[in-house]
Design a protein around this ligand. Structure first.
Ligand code: NAD
Length: 499
């Protein structure tokens, strides 16, 4: 059995708490490693070292900090296959999907290479006689990132790259389900030239998260994960006076208008609903065809496609469409929710409940499920299932479909499929969801835009990556400087009016 470590001060460090978590191979169900779960004392020590290293890093000019990112991009690309193999082995997603996970992280690191430009600040020359006014963007100090299991490369990179390039030191607390890739990324950061102590990877569970929230040196926390934990971390972190942004769960709808290209819509639904076994915060989990005729025609196309989905281990390469879910508990929860759907009267058009794969009977595989005639009161509609389960809710009009999505508590992503520009524009303007696709099923914005949901999918007022990340990881200092030209004005007792 392999024991994983933490990454502190530029080296692998064994855990000292005596507590460990199991890291599974989801395809076989076997425990393949143990990850140390850090104690409060281990976290506090990592923070002390990070705080000691940070001022020198902050004083390193932004161009040099950006060059570390440039080299990091090269190294991640060099090791792409190695990283993707480890990722697939711990998470279960296909090899191609693991590369996509890494690639979407790298794109944010590439954006961060523009830090010298993005950190330039603002300047007003001669705001008054001999007076210049300027705003600086300065790092916060030590910040923390807490990340989920489902994108173990992408989301750690979304957190660490902007934080570090802005001159902060980062404590990264990855998911305890698949911690190996974040540890490998930290090692590559060191190889890229990052000084020791600026990136500390502290593995653990709730105990270390609470220690992060209680540590007074940590100035900001960026979290991605499920909504109940997002809310908990946001509330407790804000109460402790930290800057906090938390991204939570989702229930993404796709509205299919009667004029949509239904073949295109069906393909989009299958990819966005079942890719990565549905374990994506931007997965489509609800299809909303408008009108029974549209719904029947869509079902006719969807059912055979869903039935033909190929489920298997990542080692099968391009022969599979999706792999196992992450743990036995996740599998049990998905199947429990499917049972509630059946019990509450939804029609199970594709039934994956008895799925089993020869040679992998103990793996956490879940067959594809497709529900029709789901209604808004059902648990399968209200809950984020995070598995290969697509629910179809039939709407009788565009307004009914729009209202359905708008009344849902989550607001991460949404898509509309239509050939009508007027409907699409109306939809984009009115819908209360953060990321919208028009004939585009998974509207994940590229690195130079920002990523974030609305409603219970996000807590805090800035998005991830793009320009918002530079705002989140810096604070503004505004300077009013006067260099008098020899005229002595005497004391002033009122706020200065700029002439
Ligand atoms: P999770 O909430 O279980 O875990 C996320 C992180 O929180 C992990 O690092 C975990 O160790 C920690 N954590 C778990 N329980 C905790 C507790 N009681 N107290 C303190 N910390 C705790 O989420 P997950 O299962 O790893 O990831 C899946 C979830 O993440 C889904 O809900 C998905 O929609 C969401 N997600 C959201 C986005 C987004 O950008 N909105 C992106 C990816 C995933």
């Amino acid at each position: 059995m392999k024991d994983l470590s933490h990454w502190m001060n530029g080296a692998q460090v064994a855990g000292t708490s005596g507590r460990f978590g199991d890291v599974f191979n989801p395809a076989t169900g076997e425990v393949q490693a143990r990850v140390p779960l850090a104690s409060r004392a281990e976290l506090d020590a990592a923070v002390v070292a990070a705080a000691a290293a940070q001022p020198k890093w902050a004083a390193t000019n932004p161009q040099r900090r950006a060059r570390v990112m440039m080299e990091f991009v090269r190294l991640v690309n060099r090791d792409m296959d190695k990283l993707a193999e480890v990722l697939s082995a711990e998470h279960g997603k296909t090899f191609a999907d693991s590369k996509g996970d890494i690639q979407r992280g790298v794109e944010v690191v590439e954006f961060c290479i523009g830090a010298p430009h993005l950190l330039k600040g603002e300047f007003t020359d001669s705001a008054g006689p001999g007076i210049d006014l300027y705003s600086l963007r300065q790092p916060l100090g030590v910040v923390a990132g807490i990340t989920p299991f489902n994108f173990p490369a992408m989301i750690p990179m979304w957190k660490l790259a902007p934080a570090i390039v802005c001159g902060n030191a980062m404590i990264l607390k990855p998911s305890e389900r698949d911690p190996s890739v974040p540890l490998m990324l930290a090692q590559l950061m060191q190889e890229a030239g990052l000084p020791d102590g600026i990136l500390q990877v502290v593995n653990g569970d709730k105990e270390v998260v609470d220690a992060i929230l209680d540590n007074p040196v940590i100035q900001a926390v960026g979290f991605v994960g499920s909504t109940p934990i997002a809310h908990y971390i946001y509330s407790r972190g804000c109460a402790a006076g930290k800057r906090v942004q938390c991204f939570g769960g989702a229930k993404n709808h796709m509205i299919i208008m009667p004029d949509a290209d239904l073949d295109q819509a069906a393909d989009a639904l299958v990819g966005a609903g079942y890719g990565a076994a549905g374990e994506r915060c931007m997965a489509i989990s609800v299809a909303v065809p408008v009108g029974d005729k549209t719904a029947d025609a869509l079902m006719e196309r969807l059912v055979p496609k869903v039935e033909k989905l190929r489920v298997g281990p990542w080692t099968a390469g391009a022969d599979i469409d999706y792999g196992p879910v992450v743990t036995a508990a996740a599998k049990a929860n998905i199947l429990r929710l499917v049972e509630t759907g059946v019990a509450q009267g939804a029609k199970l058009r594709v039934d994956g409940r008895n799925f089993s794969l020869q040679g992998y009977e103990k793996g956490f595989f879940v067959g594809p499920h497709l529900f029709d005639h789901v209604t808004p009161e059902m648990d399968i509609y209200r809950t984020e299932i995070f598995g290969p389960v697509l629910s179809t809710v039939r709407a009788q009009s565009y307004e009914e479909a729009l209202k359905l999505a708008m009344d849902h508590e989550y607001g991460n992503g949404i898509a509309i499929f239509t050939r009508d520009g007027d409907t699409a524009r109306d939809f984009v303007n009115r819908v209360n969801v953060g990321m919208v696709g028009v004939n585009f099923p998974i509207p994940v914005p590229l690195a130079y835009h920002t990523f974030g949901g609305w409603k219970k999918s996000s807590f805090g007022d800035l998005n991830q990556h793009g320009p918002d990340a530079f705002r989140f990881y810096t604070r503004t200092k505004t300077v009013t400087a006067r260099w008098p030209s020899g005229i002595k004005e005497g004391a002033a007792f009122n706020f200065k009016q700029m002439d």
